[in-house]
Design a protein around this ligand. Structure first.
Ligand code: ADP
Ligand code: MG
Length: 237
């Protein structure tokens, strides 16, 4: 499912958090929203998720006017930086939860949970509790849970932001690998240029609520659209 964002603006009081954003995200792609703190990345993600409504403009999923579709019907997976797993539930229970509230039959739930554990390469940890896992493992479980309902779109807001540098690096490669297997349209927010460049098919550079440039890592790096992009992307070593 692709995402088409047309002339979307969002105000908080008199503050313009998003200023006429246009974006066309191809179905099955892995896109990074890259920009400094306060540039509107999370706001844009929340609008795509339907957690908030734009003041102006439209967001379409597969050509359907998303503003007219209830969020629950969109089938969107969301992972936040501090996406808490349910502490009192085992890993298996955590992943099963979104399926159980949708009344998926038990044998199917069991099968799907095992598939997901395998997908995130954490087979064998299903009976543990979140506190018994590392931060990186917990975020992989959060991803498995987000993928449980086979979302059409996966939204990740700084999913690795709370982890240390080494684990972050591992998870980047892992996310790329996961996406290559699942092919779900994925938009992930980061302020880490290396992360964006390493993981994403396409990078959307944001600044002051505007989209400054869209392109592949090499396009943006070779031909920065503005001095801002140049200063933000800078030389990558
Ligand atoms: P980013 O994720 O790029 O750091 P955000 O989208 O979270 O940026 O925020 C963009 C701007 O909008 C920030 O200046 C922030 O303070 C403001 N903002 C975001 N959400 C709200 C809100 N609910 N109420 C008021 N201001 C907000
Ligand atoms: Mg943010």
């Amino acid at each position: 499912m692709g995402i088409l964002i047309q002339d979307v603006s969002k105000n908080f009081g008199s503050f313009l958090a998003l200023d006429q954003v246009n974006l066309d995200i191809q179905s099955g792609s892995l896109v990074a929203l890259l920009g400094p703190s306060g540039s509107g990345k999370s706001t844009l993600l929340r609008l795509i998720a339907g957690l908030e409504a734009p003041d102006q403009g439209e967001i379409y999923l597969t050509g359907e006017n998303a503003t007219q579709v209830r969020v629950q019907e969109r089938n969107i997976g969301f992972v936040f930086q501090h996406y808490a797993l349910f502490k009192h539930m085992t890993i298996r229970k955590n992943i099963a939860f979104p399926l159980e509230i949708r009344k998926v039959p038990k044998p199917q739930v069991r099968e799907r949970v095992e598939q997901l554990l395998e997908l995130v390469q954490l087979q064998g940890l299903g009976d543990r509790y979140p506190a018994q896992l590392s931060g990186g493992q917990r975020q992989r479980i959060a991803l498995a849970r987000a993928l449980a309902v086979q979302p059409k779109v996966l939204l990740l807001d700084e999913p690795f932001g709370a982890l240390d540098a080494k684990v972050r690096k591992e998870l980047r490669a892992w996310l790329r690998h996961l996406h290559d297997e699942v092919h779900v349209t994925t938009v992930f927010v980061t302020h880490d240029q290396e992360e964006a460049m390493e993981v994403a098919d396409e990078i959307v550079v944001m600044n002051n609520g505007r989209v400054e440039q869209v392109g592949t890592a090499s396009e943006i790096y070779d031909q920065p659209a503005s001095s801002f992009v140049m200063s933000f992307i800078g030389p990558v070593n």
